[in-house]
Design a protein around this ligand. Sequence first.
Ligand code: NDP
Length: 289
Amino acid sequence: MTDVSVLGLGAMGSALATALLGAGRSVTVWNRTPDRAAELVTRGARGAGSAREAVTASPVVIACLLKYASVRDTLGPVADDLRGRTLVNVTTTTPNESRQLAAWAAEFGVSYLDGAIMAVPAMIGSREGQIFYSGSRKAYDALLSTLDIWATSEFHGEDAGRASLVDLAMLSGMYQMFAGFIHGAAMVAAMGMSASEFAARQAPFLSAMTQGLGGYAEVVDGGDYTVPGQQSLDFSDLSHLVRASEEQGVDPAPIAAVQALISRQIDAGHGSEGFARIYESLRAAHPAT
Ligand code: NDP
């Protein structure tokens, strides 16, 4: 028997297994493509010839596979072997997929903890990265000293979907920021400015702008978009940004999406209220699925 089994030895799974070995845990490893286990075995891991062998080798099983379907494909056939063990699934899944996995695990008597990794592989093994968890509180408390080997751990509640929801919401903000930067880089390219030159200006500007997040958050949480001191929606009209993008022959899609949220609130008669009111455009459009 070993302490922990790690299924999935891609960039992230290998980093997780390496950190466990470095902290003195005994580790069994398995990967669909066996070659990827070789290096970890030379570092002291025990290689398993099948997912079943890996699952039955340890009381704690870590799944770090590509996506939801990979987890079902890999663990579905060995569900009975998981009974009585703890499954920590750090594969990226949507909140509902995490909940489905938790329900499936409960059916087979498996203690389930869902993990959402806010780190790149190079950050694993330091306190720099964060991993959010949700699902079994009992499993989280019992495993905390192991989980803390990887990153700073944070428990988000017994609803297994919560960690994933916070993770994906954070990534949504990040990708929209990156897309906004790349859109701006495409605009200035027309006058010969390189993306690197643009990045040198954009990075400190965006960094300074993040100071505004707390103010928007206060308005959203308070629910009163008429609080004095806010930039109004009328003032925030971004149609000139859309036109400037079009003048350069650059698709305005990223900024046009923001403008559409603003316009919807102005058209509904809220132009004098604060920019944070676009929150209402977002909430109104899509009932939860
Ligand atoms: P990789 O692409 O490096 O590895 C994917 C892993 O999944 C491989 O071990 C692959 O096996 C396995 N896999 C894919 N499909 C299947 C399947 N159907 N059955 C069995 N195994 C399968 O990805 P990462 O290691 O980077 O990511 C793993 C998870 O961690 C993902 O969910 C990712 O979103 C998450 N994550 C990754 C981060 C990162 O920076 N890398 C950051 C945060 C989260 P094989 O070698 O055989 O192809």
